[in-house]
Design a binder for this molecule. Structure first.
Ligand code: BES
Ligand code: ZN
Length: 590
């Protein structure tokens, strides 16, 4: 039985949705999508069925072909609405016909100006964590999985894609109907589609990219190594069970770097940087195909079970394709970021536990580095305690035994204690999962590439600005680690020096630029403000902007500038990005 999910009204003991046949008809002018959904249940349901919904305009509900009794009988600011289907008589199939609301949280409607081509609009969905219910009623919990079929009516000349297999297309007037089939069962948060001026380019036997024609060649070059990453990941974690691994290159307004939609990772075009330095993100989203998409967190309280093992898996893939030193530099950098996050949240804050208790809270509000990087260090500690060969075998068993299942932290711990009792004991696994803060020494990650950076920071602290020769050959990650080590602030004139030393003003690396802006604003280096505004005006990944806005809101000179900056570009951003920045400004009293 699926554990109770505090973010869903559904009750899987009533029966679960096992398959859905969708028809989607987007109205780009009205910013609504008509959803017709025919649901199949895993068993005949008698009596009530509770589904999650939010803001849907429901026209009809039928059960076994006859009108059904239904009502919206509960509402909650976090959970949305409960759609209650009543007096069902052994129902296996029911259908719902509805329109989404223009402000459905799962949808972002982009103007042509926000795309690479500038001519056609772009529409996409982002359901994680709790937004699938703004598209169609469902048991919107990662504990329930279903397969689906879908038809997407798409106005010419736009093209539809889904995180599913494309099985055909036909013409209907000035539209194309794209047909999809999703044979692998997914939780609702992995339902995804997009519509835009898209073309496909193949990379390898199982890999390719969908992108706007203006950037597809660039993207295919940038991600040419995806097939190698896929093979490396299979070598580590077992067979890839999702058939294809394609990328959809998203307009830069996308509020994340990447989203692991099955078979079709959505990847922010800000990571197409012209030199493959942003492709580490693919290792992360690809790793989710095992950790997250095969073995899924049962509730958002167990979010670390998606992101922690994935961040660990990402470092293992990086190790195979780029070498151990690059992987260790990444892990060392993440350990440091974790320490900073724990410092900010407070070492005894419950937000620094792996297991969260988010009942009554929006999961997005508690998003932090902790599930990612504390989870990474936990898995690393387990690897060290068990020894790599045993830990690798454990990981493969874990995935094979629990694939297409959803588990909570307690089930993970039980599995670990059964299979690797010595490592569970040696690491004090319970403490990792349930206690706040970090075990002493856990963030000490040896890294020779990081040590090179430490040496230069030391010299700088003793009054020596590094010369170009001294930092020649540094990767973007080393440059970023360097800037991070200079926080909270340095003289503004030194900011100008590092800006030209690393070519930061026109870097295409958003992680690096964001890191620099944080340091620059903390250091009252104002000259970079126009460049940051141009970046903020187009790139939506909120992880880029959170630390920068925290800096702007935290310094006397820039405090008055922070809110006007958000207001100038609010309309360009996803509601999630706006909400994340709003939280920072409100907390700062702005
Ligand atoms: N699944 C996450 C994105 C996400 C998290 C969406 C929570 C909604 C709620 C994705 O795999 C992810 O972690 N993306 C990161 C990149 C990662 C390398 C740190 C991102 O986009 O910042
Ligand atoms: Zn992730």
């Amino acid at each position: 039985m699926a554990p109770v999910d505090p973010h869903s009204f559904s009750d899987p003991t009533q029966g679960t949705i096992s398959h859905i046949e969708f028809r989607l008809e987007p109205d780009l002018a009205a910013r609504r999508v008509r959803f017709q959904a025919l649901y199949t249940l895993d068993r005949p349901v008698r009596g009530s069925l509770f589904l999650d919904a939010r803001g849907l305009d429901i026209a009809a509900v039928e059960a076994e072909g006859a009108p059904a009794q239904w009502s919206i009988d509960r509402e909650d600011p976090i959970l949305g609405q409960r759609l209650h289907l009543r007096e069902l008589q052994d129902v296996r199939r029911f259908s719902i016909d509805l329109m989404t609301s223009p402000d459905a949280a799962a949808l972002q409607w982009l103007d042509p100006a926000q795309t690479a081509g500038g001519i056609h609009p772009f529409l996409y969905s982002q359901c994680q964590s709790c937004s699938a219910r703004t598209l169609f009623p469902c048991q919107d919990t990662p504990g329930v999985r279903f397969t689906y079929e879908a038809e997407l009516l798409t106005p010419d000349p736009l093209v539809a894609v889904m995180a599913a297999a494309r099985v055909g297309q036909s013409r209907q007037g000035a539209n194309t109907i794209y047909r999809f089939h999703m044979p692998q069962p997914i939780p609702s948060y992995l339902f995804a589609f997009a519509i835009g001026n898209l073309v496909f380019q193949s990379i390898g036997p199982r890999t390719g990219v969908y992108a706007e024609p203006e950037i597809v060649n660039q993207a295919a070059w940038e991600f040419a190594e995806n097939e190698d990453k896929l093979r490396a990941a299979e070598g580590l974690f077992g067979p890839y069970l999702w058939d294809r691994y394609d990328l959809l290159i998203m307009p830069p307004a996308f509020p994340y770097g990447g989203m692991e939609n099955p078979r079709l990772t959505f990847l922010n075009s800000a990571y197409v940087q012209g030199d493959r330095s942003g492709t580490w993100l693919v290792a992360h989203e690809l790793a989710h195909a095992w950790t997250g998409n095969l073995v899924t967190n049962a509730t958002w309280n167990d979010f670390w079970l998606n992101e922690g093992p994935t961040t660990y898996a990402e470092s293992r893939i990086t190790e195979v394709v780029e070498g151990v030193e690059t992987a260790e530099l990444g892990t060392a950098g993440r350990a440091r970021r974790l320490l900073r996050a724990i410092e900010r949240l407070g070492a005894d804050s419950p937000m620094t536990c792996l297991k969260l208790s988010l009942a009554g809270k929006d999961p997005e509000e508690s998003y932090s580095d902790v599930p990612y990087n504390k989870g990474l260090l936990f898995f690393r500690a387990l690897e060290q305690a068990a020894g790599r060969p045993r830990f690798d075998a454990f990981l493969r068993d874990y995935i094979a035994a629990l694939r297409f299942r959803s588990i909570n932290s307690e089930q993970f711990l039980a599995f670990l204690e059964e299979r690797l009792p010595d490592a569970a004991r040696a690491t004090d696994a319970r403490r990792w999962i349930y206690e706040p803060g970090l075990v002493e020494g856990a963030a000490d990650v040896p890294s020779s590439l990081r040590d090179e950076v430490f040496a230069v920071v030391e010299e700088y602290r003793h009054g020596h600005l590094p010369t170009a020769e001294r930092v020649a050959g540094w990767t973007h990650v080393q440059q970023g680690v360097f800037l991070g080590l200079l926080l909270p602030s340095i003289p503004a004139s030194d900011c100008a020096y590092f800006e030209s030393l690393f070519g930061l003003r026109d870097t295409r690396d958003g992680d690096l630029f964001s890191r620099f802006c944080e340091l620059a604003f903390r250091s009252s280096y104002r000259d970079v403000l126009p460049a940051y505004e141009a970046f903020f005006a187009t790139v939506g990944r909120y992880a880029f902007h959170e630390p920068v806005f925290r800096a702007l809101a935290g310094e006397a000179w820039s405090r008055p500038l922070a809110r006007p900056l958000l207001e100038r570009w609010r309309h360009r951003h996803h509601a999630l990005t706006v909400a994340a920045i709003e939280r920072i400004l409100t907390q700062a009293g702005l």
